[in-house]
Write a protein that binds this ligand. Structure first.
Ligand code: GDP
Ligand code: MG
Length: 300
């Protein structure tokens, strides 16, 4: 009697802002792990979630989006995105089929050609496009011979996503899982709490500030009455930013907390006690706290 071999690997999800990367990862993971926002550039962390397909563990690396960097932080984000692609076992380029073949996508494909990683082309938002146009786009984007396979999906309604997931799983190399079974089930919830809070921060702070924020789930306690007590810390890089997040008399933070709690209660279908703290933390960007909390070693 032989046990089925375990497989595990990284999949980097890259593509222009708003292509639907976060929506796709969320669809596969089955819970809202990444921030999905009509605003661009909200995704910062590199690990988005883990999917189990039989004995195969797929670790998704969602990227901040590959675009023309202008500011320093943006450059750092883009280089992190490409680094993610370099480390991955497989790269998924998500393309908004409506936007089609723009300069950005063309540039990404050229760069992928030199990276020599195995790449899948994922044409997204097929719910919005006619079949002939879609096929023409697929043919055009395949001209450079970069992609091993092409998928046509709707990340939003899930069409074609399970085929993509199966193909991804089939390409993951043999190896031990990076996350133990029980952590995989726990991780999405903790990420969820942090990401929802981040999302509310974005919507309530209308400055550049959100990029300098990091939200970490410090504790998650199951209460006998079925509710969850969750403590989150919002890290900012300067004292002045702390004041902005708090607002006058702590009003803004209170509003953010209420919005986050309401959404969490809805998603988790249970009562939530949410506690938010704001702390100042310099060198936030290089910090590895987030990764170590998830049990990952990112000093590779
Ligand atoms: P990201 O920046 O690549 O992570 O893109 P998001 O996942 O945040 O999606 C950007 C926008 O496109 C959101 O408003 C999504 O709801 C929308 N979107 C994503 N996938 C689809 C899809 O398959 N069909 C449609 N109609 N909209 C989608
Ligand atoms: Mg995103």
């Amino acid at each position: 009697m032989s046990e089925e071999m375990k497989h595990c690997g990284f999949v980097a999800v890259i593509g222009a802002p708003n292509a639907g990367k976060s929506t796709l990862v969320n669809q596969i993971i089955g819970t809202k792990v990444s921030i999905v926002s009509p605003k661009v550039q909200t995704t910062r962390f590199r690990i988005r979630g883990i999917a189990m397909a039989g004995q195969t563990q797929i670790v998704f690396v969602d990227t901040p989006g590959i675009f023309e960097p202008k500011k320093r932080l943006e450059r750092a984000m883009v280089s992190a995105a490409w680094m993610g692609a370099q480390d991955a076992d497989l790269v998924c380029l998500v393309v908004d089929a409506i936007r089609g073949r723009d300069e950005q996508t063309r540039a990404i494909i050229e760069r992928l050609k030199t990276s020599r990683r195995e790449c899948f082309l994922v044409l997204n938002k097929v719910d919005l496009i006619q079949r002939e146009r879609l096929l023409a786009l697929a043919a055009e984007l395949n001209e450079r011979g970069v992609f091993a396979q092409t998928f046509m999906i709707s990340a939003l309604n899930g069409d074609g996503v399970s085929d993509l997931e199966k193909a991804l799983a089939a390409r993951m190399p043999e190896g031990e899982w990076m996350f133990p079974d029980d952590e995989v089930s726990d991780l999405p919830q903790r990420l969820l709490a942090a990401e929802i809070t981040r999302e509310k921060l974005f919507h309530n702070l209308h400055q550049e500030l959100p990029y300098a924020l990091s939200v970490i789930t410090e504790s998650w306690e199951e209460k006998p009455d079925g509710s969850a007590r969750i403590e989150l810390t919002i890290y900012v890089s300067r004292d002045s930013q702390k004041g902005i997040v708090l607002g006058q008399g702590g009003k803004r933070l209170k509003a953010i907390g209420q919005q986050a709690r309401r959404e969490l209660e809805e998603l988790l279908d249970r009562k939530v006690h949410l506690f938010l703290f704001v702390k100042v933390h310099d060198r936030l960007w290089e910090d590895s706290t987030q990764f170590s909390e998830w049990g990952l070693d990112f000093d590779v």
